[in-house]
Design a protein around this ligand. Sequence first.
Ligand code: SF4
Length: 323
Amino acid sequence: MNSNDSDIVKSILLSAGHEQSKSLEEATLVLLNTCAIRENAESKIWHRLAYLNSLRRRPGRRSVKIGVLGCMAERLKEKLLDEESVDLVCGPDAYRDIPRLVGNSIRNTGLKEANTLLSVEETYADIMPARDESSCSSFVSIMRGCNNMCAFCIVPFTRGRERSRPMQSILDEVKALIQANVKEVTLLGQNVNGYHDSSAESALAYPETIYMAANGFDNLYKSKARAAPGARFADLLDQVSLLSPELRVRFTSPHPKDFNDNVLQIVASRSNICKRYDYKHTNTHTHTHTHTHLLTHASKFPASFHFNKVCTCPCKVEARACS
Ligand code: SF4
C-alpha cells in the first residue's frame, strides 16, 4: 500500500514541477513514507531521521527539507513536529497538499508545515501513480481505510474510514497498465474485498447488489452506505479479469468476512485470477475458526485455493484446500 502511495506522491510532485533526484546526496527534499502498524517500522524511521539530520549538518546541505508522510505522520504529528529534523508532516489523505506544504516550508524557513486531515472521500482515483516502467507487475489501489475496528489495530485511526474508487477509474488504470506491457496487477486495499463502488453510475449499473458477508460471519459494521446498491468486489474482479486473459490478477489484503461465495465463485471460474491468499486480518482468538471456515468454504468451488497465514498467531496453521 505504501509503495503505491509513494508512486502517487511522486506523480503529484512531478505534476507540480518537481524533479526526482538521482541520489539522496543530490536531493533538496527528502520524504519518508511511513507505517505505524509495528513498533519496528517506527523505530526504523526514527533512526532514518537521525541519519538524515546528520547529513543536513554537512557543509552546503542545511537547506534540505525533510518530510514524514503516511500512518506515522497521522499518529505522531506533534511528536514529529517537535523533532529538529522534521520540516513537514503529511497524513495519508492529504498528499494533494504536499506541493503547498513544500512551497511554504521553503519560503518560511524555520516554520514547520503539517496537514493530517483524514477524508471520507479521498481515493486519489484521478491520479495515475508514477510507477517504475521497467517492472512487469504493478499495484492498483482500489479502496482505502477500514471500518472493522479490530481491537488491536491502529489502521482505522491512521487511514480513516473505508472508501472505494469508482470502478471505471480502476478499469481505465488497468487498461493503461496492459498497454504498458504490465503482466500482473495486484489490487490493493486495507480491506480489499470490502470494495464497494456506491457512485450513482455504479448504482445504476448494479442496482441489485447487496452486502453479503461470508457464511458464518455477521456484517459487523452496519450502515446505510454499506447496504446501498453498486459494484462489489466480485463485480470488480469479474471486470478486471475480463480485460485481458494474459493479465494475472492478485489482491491483498482480504478480510475473511468479505470472502463471500460470489468472490470465491469468480476466483474459481477465472484462470487468470491467482488462487493464493495471504490473509493477515485475523487476531489470535478468531484465527483457527477463520482458517477452518475458509477451507470448508473454498472446498465448495471447483478450483484449488491456497490460504497462507502471515500473522504471528501461535497456531502455525498453513494448509491447502483442493477439490
Ligand atoms: S480489518 Fe485489518 S486493517 Fe481493518 S482494523 Fe482489522 S486488522 Fe486493522
